[in-house]
Write a protein that binds this ligand. Structure first.
Ligand SMILES: Nc1ncnc2c1ncn2[C@@H]1O[C@H](COP(=O)(O)OP(=O)(O)O)[C@@H](O)[C@H]1O
Ligand SMILES: O=C(CO)[C@@H](O)[C@H](O)COP(=O)(O)O
Length: 499
């Protein structure tokens, strides 16, 4: 039997899948790492922890493997997007990575608009300046840490750094480069124009490649540390949402994905780069060759649930915390949660908004708060679904992936709130599976990613919307949408009291 490996470098953990030639997951390993949050709005990670945990996870993957390491023909990567990793002339990390959910860069976004112009930025990159994207983070380091910036030789994104440490080769693929705000999306090249406007040396941008391109093999040190073979071919990989889309078969028009990882994402396939969403949703290069996708992002989806569990149910599992949610009625007995605990992106680009529980009643127990958290996260995702529907997309079926897709009650809730069929695949590890599929395609096992999807991806469960719940959620969603406007000014005033 032949195998490939898909590595998904997520925000909460690195998840590694060993997948056989029929797409069956033979083994799954996960290793977590912490977020470093020194101040409100800051979110960082240590790139060397990603590498240590990935190498340790790969070693465990090989432990007890019955085949020969040479049977593992390829490996590829999916990675949390936008995170800035700065390297010096020896490719040593200069500071912690500044992550996608770090919102310290509001001023730098304004600087980008002033110097590049909003319309020109949108023309070149197809996206607005958002705090989470990489370019504002580069400018933040330039403005606040000039001593570090002076030493920068190259910048890369999280999975690119891990791949570099495994192979000694430094690259970035188009799907991840699209999230930097430095890529000319249609031309597929770094934008000299944007670099010039902002005083950034084009030379710090790494070489660009396709997600299925072979970058070489493992270094001797990695082979020794993990037991992997020198013959395994390493393929570039892609942005986690692009890989999630591949791993869910979002490879043709009309297909929609909902992902509840640390972030939440609603994603739709686009054949061309010339649609106009006026920057309301992100518009990026796919990891499948020469196609695109659009998506709306909830900054704290699974992260809201993890935050709730860490603070109010630390010693129990997610399964135990969620086991009672079906005993609570739709609408959590009049309790609504907004998941703005680190700000929001879609539809409200707002680094200062914060979350609320509205309608707390003396009768509410922890299970009501738990259900309200799930409902609030799903309402937020539904705001992205609403944008897509308003732009003429038909969304009647949604493939659901990410940590949240492990829970059946949440999947039914998605069906009821989205008013769409929810499909759960046999593995909810969309990005890891997408990375594995890039390796399978790169190895030449299939003529196209679509052929690979036909062999690898199998439906497990389908959740149909329950019309009585759909009706109730329609009314609740209208109330949910009012909360942003009604709490925005209060949250601005409360900013003075945040550390
Ligand atoms: N059993 C579960 N049921 C529901 N949600 C879960 C469960 N386990 C984890 N999660 C949620 O999934 C999130 C992690 O999802 P994952 O897709 O692994 O994220 P990432 O790729 O960002 O690391 C956590 O933040 C948590 O809220
Ligand atoms: O910022 C975005 C997309 O624009 C996030 O979706 C990140 O890509 C992180 O993903 P997860 O760790 O939540 O999967």
């Amino acid at each position: 039997m032949k195998y490939i490996i898909g590595v998904d470098l997520g925000t909460s953990a690195v998840k590694i899948l060993l997948v056989n030639q029929h797409g069956k997951v033979a083994k799954e390993v996960s290793r977590s790492y912490p977020l470093i949050q020194e101040k409100v709005g800051y979110s960082e990670q240590d790139p060397n922890q990603w590498v240590e945990q990935t190498v340790s996870g790969l070693s465990e993957l090989l432990t007890g493997f019955k085949g020969s390491p040479e049977d593992i023909e390829g490996i590829s990567f999916s990675g949390q997007m936008h995170g800035l990793v700065l390297l010096d002339e020896n490719n040593e990390v200069l500071r912690n990575a500044i992550l996608w959910n770090d919102t310290r860069t509001t001023k730098e976004c304004e600087e980008i608009y002033e110097k590049v112009g909003k319309d020109r930025l949108l023309e070149i990159t197809k996206n607005p300046a958002l705090e989470g994207f990489t370019l504002p983070k580069i400018l933040w380091v330039k403005n606040h840490e000039p001593d570090i910036f002076e030493k920068v030789k190259t910048f890369v994104l999280p999975k690119d750094y891990v791949r570099y440490k495994l192979t000694g080769q430094l690259h970035m693929d188009y799907s991840d480069a699209a999230g930097t705000l430095l890529l000319d999306m249609a031309e597929k090249s770094w934008s000299k124009e944007i670099c010039n406007y902002l005083g950034i040396d084009l030379e710090i941008c790494p070489p660009l490649i396709d997600s299925h391109d072979n970058v070489g093999g493992f270094t001797e040190a990695i082979i020794e540390a993990t037991g992997l073979s020198a013959r395994t071919r390493v393929f570039a990989g892609g942005a986690d949402n692009a890989c999630g889309a591949i791993g869910s078969g979002i490879l043709e028009d009309g297909k929609t994905l909902a992902s509840t990882g640390t972030s939440g994402v609603v994603l739709s396939y686009e054949a061309n780069s010339d649609k106009d969403f006026d920057g309301k949703v992100h518009y990026f290069n796919h990891a499948a060759p020469d196609v695109y996708y659009t998506m709306g992002v909830t900054l704290a989806a699974g992260y809201s649930l993890s935050w709730f569990k860490d603070n109010f149910a630390k010693d129990i599992s997610f399964e135990l915390l969620l086991k009672d949610v079906d005993t609570v009625p739709v609408g959590s007995n009049g309790l609504i949660f907004t998941p703005y605990i680190v700000g929001e992106r879609t539809p409200h680009v707002d680094a200062n908004i914060r979350g609320s529980f509205i309608g707390i009643d003396a009768s509410h127990e922890r299970k009501h708060f738990t259900r309200a958290v799930l409902e609030g996260i799903t309402f937020s995702l539904n705001e992205s679904i609403e944008i897509f529907r308003r732009n003429g997309k038909t969304i009647d079926t949604v493939i659901s992936i990410g940590g949240g897709a492990k829970n059946e009650s949440w999947l039914q809730m998605q069906a009821d709130i989205f008013n769409a069929r929810i499909v759960k695949l046999q593995s909810e590890q969309g990005p890891g599976m997408g990375a594995a599929m890039l390796a399978a395609y790169g190895c030449g096992w299939f003529d196209s990613l679509k052929d690979c999807a036909a062999e690898f991806l199998k439906e497990d469960m389908v959740y149909q919307p329950i019309q009585e719940n759909v009706g109730k959620y329609k009314g609740l969603f209208e109330i949910y949408k009012e909360i942003y406007g009604k709490t925005r000014e209060l949250n601005k005033k409360l900013m003075n009291y945040r550390n």
